[in-house]
Design a binder for this molecule. Structure first.
Ligand code: PBG
Ligand code: ZN
Length: 340
């Protein structure tokens, strides 16, 4: 009799029964290896050299270019809601601010260095990342110093970019993040941080796998950094270049990067996954760039989907791929959404 009862209970097929495992909202949340939290988010800020400016960026919905005087009042409520980190981009508007060498990138009176000092004082617990590049400051809009033929002079560019990184770190940035893509800049920055005696307190985050393409358009409107000729295809990675991205990630880890970044994010989830595999002992960041953000906003506005639902779906996809840090223009919204 007992044999019959046992055979009934084990003869049913249990392998197809998955629904029970995610029937409850909490059980659904447990399915993710990483759940989105406020401390994973870095919010991009565009800081201009006109102290009282606060202008909406037309192609980047809800995002503004702000002068230093507008930063603290804007950030205070966000910090109160749990904002942990910002990344600063300088937007010099003065006509004199641009030249062939990007001289004003490390101007001690310029918007980035002034903002670093101000934010360190105003919000002692806010983690300040400084994007490091020359394209906002060069007259030609490229991410380095050029040769006569218009190509990047890599060694001059690395010298200059690493000087700019040290200036931001010495001004108090907790993290410097070179986005220029010149070969060897991570090593040069690390060495100069050591030489300056601040390598022990500055995070070096490399935009290791930064792909060229059309998703940076709204950012270049915001920063006024569209190249005046040519494009960035000879230094940013080709979209199909998975192996090249793996090599760039490997190289930057070898050169001393503390965090590696993949950018854009949603179109490059396989690269995020590769980055986590190659850099399994370090944090991986992903930048959901201006074009990704603008696309989601536009589609939501057109009624394709609900904005909040899509913002979560896109971000959770980025985390699932392997990132634990997300640079996102949705950060202010997430600070509210994550409370509910
Ligand atoms: C500067 C830089 C860019 C972005 C971050 N740093 C623009 C570019 O490389 O053209 C793009 C960020 C975004 O699109 O949100 N090198
Ligand atoms: Zn650049």
């Amino acid at each position: 009799a007992s044999t019959a009862a046992t055979s009934v209970s084990i003869s049913g097929d249990i392998s197809s029964q998955l629904h029970g495992g995610y029937s409850h909202p909490l059980a659904r949340a447990w399915q993710a290896e990483r759940q989105l939290t406020k401390s994973m988010l870095i919010y991009p800020l565009f800081v201009t050299d006109n102290p009282d400016e606060e202008n909406l960026i037309p192609s980047l919905p809800g995002q503004y270019r702000r002068g230093v005087n507008k930063l603290v009042p804007f950030l205070r409520p966000l910090v109160a809601k749990g904002l942990k980190s910002v990344i600063l981009f300088g937007v010099p508007l003065a006509p004199s601010a641009k030249d062939t060498l990007g001289t004003s990138a490390d101007d001690p009176q310029g918007p980035v260095i002034a903002s670093i000092r101000l934010l360190r004082r105003a919000f002692p617990s806010l983690f300040i990342v400084a994007d490091v590049c020359l394209c906002e400051y060069t007259s030609h809009g490229h991410c380095g110093i050029l040769r006569e033929d218009g190509s990047l002079n890599n060694s001059l560019s690395v010298d200059r970019v690493s000087d700019v990184a040290i200036a931001y770190a010495e001004a108090g940035a907790h993290c410097v993040a070179p986005s220029d893509m010149n070969d060897g800049r991570i090593r040069a920055i690390k060495l100069k941080l050591i030489e300056a005696g601040i390598a022990h307190k500055v995070v070096l985050m490399s935009y290791s796998a930064k792909f060229s393409g059309c998703l940076y358009g709204p950012f270049r409107d915001a920063a006024g950094s569209t190249p005046s000729f040519g494009d960035r295809r000879c230094y940013q990675l080709p979209p199909g270049g998975r192996g090249l991205a793996r090599r760039a990630i490997q190289r930057d880890i070898g050169e001393g990067a503390d965090i590696i970044m993949v950018k854009p994010a949603s179109q490059y989830l396989d690269i995020i996954s590769d980055a986590k595999e190659i850099g399994k002992d370090m944090p991986v960041a992903a930048y959901q760039v201006s074009g990704e953000y603008a696309m989601i906003c536009a589609a939501a506005k057109a009624g394709v989907f609900d904005l909040k639902t899509m913002a979560f779906e896109a971000t959770e996809g980025i985390l699932r791929a392997g990132a634990s840090i997300v640079v996102s223009y949705f950060t202010p919204e997430f600070l509210d959404w994550l409370d509910n």
